[in-house]
Design a protein around this ligand. Sequence first.
Ligand SMILES: [Zn+2]
Ligand SMILES: [Zn+2]
Length: 216
Amino acid sequence: MKEKIYTIPVNEAFDHPGECGFCVLWRKLEKEILDYVTGPAYMEEDVRGEMDKAGFCPHHYRKMFASGNRLGLALMLQTRLRYLNSNAKEKHTDSCYACNRMNGRMESYISTFCYLWKTEEEFRAKVLSGQGFCQVHFQELMEKGRKYLMKKPYRSMMETLEPFHREHMERVEEDLDWFVRKFDYRFKDEPWKNSKDAVERSIQKVSGVELLEGGN
Ligand SMILES: [Zn+2]
Ligand SMILES: [Zn+2]
């Protein structure tokens, strides 16, 4: 497989055995961006300006607080508060600097995915031997993929990926059905099969939140 520097993260994410390669990319990106905004971003005047203006969503404030870097967070909040207090008339918006940055990067990952799908047989085989996608990222791929592929290759990609995605969504549904059945006393001595972590994997499949960091 020919490796270009920008294709490496996407290629690696789909080596991962989990329920969605894009979720792996999303989680890594989130960590990278949150470490940056509570760390080195302090030195970047223009980034700070953008952060002060956009703020963060509740999910990302919670994550930054949980990461324990209290000083980094305090410094970032200091100028955000200062900004809000000196622009008191400005309306509060629900924008988020981290979400904005992540959405931009995810779009470039989707374009890379499309490129690899079109050009690398080996990549296609790897994706198809994996566990599919979560619903959120599959939808994103379907919507944004059009931008990065011509009509014909886009249609051909979707003709393969749609049934593949459905098959894996149904696999997790079956695992979850079995998980629920195990709570019925008549099935209590039956094996768990693949259902022990069916709740975690179902959450990921429906929402794009990766609760299990399987093997990565
Ligand atoms: Zn996903
Ligand atoms: Zn956010």
